[in-house]
Design a binder for this molecule. Structure first.
Ligand code: C2E
Ligand code: MG
Ligand code: MG
Length: 531
């Protein structure tokens, strides 16, 4: 080609040839969202002859119509079905439609694409670290200016299990939308596990800014969803960590996780902000958990027994089994300090079974018809082997079912009431007695009494020991309620003769407290009884 021909007007190529010679893809989209033209580069990049195909088929990554995309501005990010990402510049509307020029998205390196979660379009864990890093750098180190929100969905598993993974996936996508809608444009959002999300919030001026977003996330995610005709309710727990000087992504994620753990411990459906000290508390619990895991094998547990007395004839009629943990270094750890941890970690299943078997075996050596009461945790009620375990403990010990009492708290009836009631009925059918423990400290005690014919109600010691008028009134009310429902009433925590006189007046049927006997080891029972 001679230099002249370049300038010669008669040698000017047809526009189509120019478009085909362009190194970047150009396409034209009609008002109906159809590709009506693709230049050579576009055909190479987007997989062949694409004219006539709907836009949505070529760029399946966007769940919005072309119209809505365009309405958001003229610079778009598009992901093709060939998994490439483009920055697209749209020309003005014309009689034919829109001309789009596509440029490979420099930020969408193959690694970045692998960092995107297909289901929600959010970042994945790898991308998140970079996102936090970038936010920290952009905010001058980030101290007090960047916060992360670690989000964990409550009850997501239930939706997935009952309505299927398809609905579960849609739910996750909807949650992602809600999270994004609560964030500002520059904030980065990631899904880092099945139902775990992280938001990186920038430009905050005070910790309240972070708390406001966290509260908004809890609220938004917790609102009802309608998914293929089902109304679905889930919740969210959120752990917030505001960057401190010198924090990197790892520190922030760890702090956010600690705060999330606290939010869940506090009952879920809420947020907690990281504070120093959460570290130490978690470290303590972790160590306690390690020790707890070994305690059974190392035979550090014992069962003690506290007598209860029938007030009608002032005789000891049975004992409550209470677990004791003697740790070689920590000393005696109170049940209230390790039972909740055992419940959280699931260790309660094994520990509870051991208590049950030990208590039945011990009680079998007592004079008939002396009974033993065993505390069963709400967590044990969730397992479908509880009835089997009870049957096996009775069979091995030779204790007759009528001599075993199971104590449950209202916590057991809070969730999954139908299954718990089934289990209770099955136990009662065996001949086992069922007691409602710590009555009056829960939420909706009275309705539970209607749902199940408990053999006994144990009035919590706070009402027995409280000397104010309210406790007195409550004590009176529960006692007369039990009386009319035909349930036995045990007053817990009676320490003084005055308290004893009072509960006698209120016609409680049984008493359990330091006054009538403290918990004692198994070998103390025969001497105690012969006294
Ligand atoms: P609980 O079932 O309500 O047991 C009664 C608690 O009150 C026992 O505390 C007992 O020692 C205490 N107590 C009895 N009389 C008096 C009194 O006159 N004054 C005072 N101040 N306290 C009295 P303990 O043994 O520390 O157990 C605390 C709780 O730990 C139990 O409350 C029960 O909820 C739980 N627990 C104990 N053993 C087990 C177990 O084997 N399995 C499960 N799941 N929970 C257990
Ligand atoms: Mg109890
Ligand atoms: Mg109690």
């Amino acid at each position: 080609m001679s230099p002249q021909s370049l300038h010669a007007p008669e040698a000017s190529p047809p526009p189509d040839a120019i478009l085909n010679a362009l190194p970047h893809p150009v396409i034209v989209i009609s008002d109906d969202g159809e590709v009506i033209y693709a230049n050579g580069a576009a055909q190479v990049a987007l997989g062949g002859w694409i004219a006539g195909l709907p836009f949505a088929e070529i760029f399946p990554g966007s769940d919005e119509s072309f119209e809505r995309l365009i309405a958001r501005g003229s610079a778009l990010t598009l992901a093709s079905k060939t998994h490439a990402r483009y920055r697209a510049l749209a020309g003005p509307p014309s009689a034919y439609g829109r001309v789009l020029s596509l440029f490979p998205d420099e930020s969408a390196t193959p690694a970045a694409i692998a960092d995107t979660d297909e289901l929600t379009g959010l970042l994945k864990r790898n991308g998140l670290n970079d996102g936090i890093e970038r936010a920290l750098v952009a905010e001058d180190g980030g101290a007090g200016r960047v916060a992360i929100h670690c989000i964990d969905l409550d009850r997501f598993k239930v939706v997935n299990d009952t309505l299927g993974h398809g609905v579960g996936d849609v739910l996750l996508a909807r949650v992602a939308e809600r999270i994004r809608s609560a964030c500002r444009k520059g904030d980065c959002v990631a899904r880092i596990g099945g139902d775990e999300f992280v938001v990186v919030q920038t430009g905050i001026a005070s910790p309240e800014d972070a708390e406001r977003l966290a509260a908004r996330l809890v609220d938004l995610i917790g609102r009802t969803y309608v998914l293929s005709g089902h109304t679905v309710n889930i919740g969210a727990s959120v752990g917030v960590a505001v960057a401190e000087a010198g924090n990197g992504p790892r520190d922030m994620l760890r702090n956010g996780d600690l705060a999330l753990y606290e939010a869940k411990r506090a009952g879920r459906g809420r947020f907690r902000t990281f504070e120093t000290g959460m570290d130490a508390a978690l470290k303590y619990r972790r160590e306690l958990e390690i020790d707890l895991r070994r305690a059974l094998a190392l035979k550090q547990f014992a069962v003690h027994y506290q007598p209860f007395v029938d007030l009608r004839d002032d005789r000891v009629i049975g004992f409550e089994a209470l677990i004791r943990w003697d740790h070689p270094v920590r000393g005696r750890v109170p049940p209230m300090d390790f039972i909740p941890l055992a419940e959280e970690t699931g260790l309660i299943a094994k520990i509870g079974e051991w208590v049950l078997r030990t208590a039945c075996a011990t009680a079998a050596t007592w004079p008939e018809p002396m009974t033993v009461a065993v505390n069963i945790s709400p967590v044990q009620f969730k397992s479908d082997t509880l009835v089997e375990t009870v049957v096996s403990a009775l069979a091995h010990s030779g204790l007759s079912p009528q001599r075993l009492e199971i104590e449950i708290t209202e916590g057991a009836l809070l969730e999954d009431t139908v299954n718990v009631l089934k289990t209770l009925h099955a136990l009662q059918a065996l001949g086992v007695k069922i007691s409602m423990d710590d009555f009056g400290t829960g939420y909706s005690s009275l309705s539970y009494l209607q749902k199940f014919p408990f053999d006994k109600i144990k009035i919590d010691r706070s009402f027995v020991q409280g000397s104010d008028e309210d406790s007195e009134a409550i004590l009176k009310a529960i006692a007369s309620l039990g009386l009319s429902l035909g349930m036995a009433i045990t007053a817990e925590g009676v320490e003084t003769p005055e308290q004893l006189a009072r509960i006698r007046d209120e016609q409680c049927t049984h008493v359990q407290g330091y006054l009538t006997g403290r918990p004692m080891p198994a070998d103390g029972i025969h001497p105690f009884l012969s006294e």
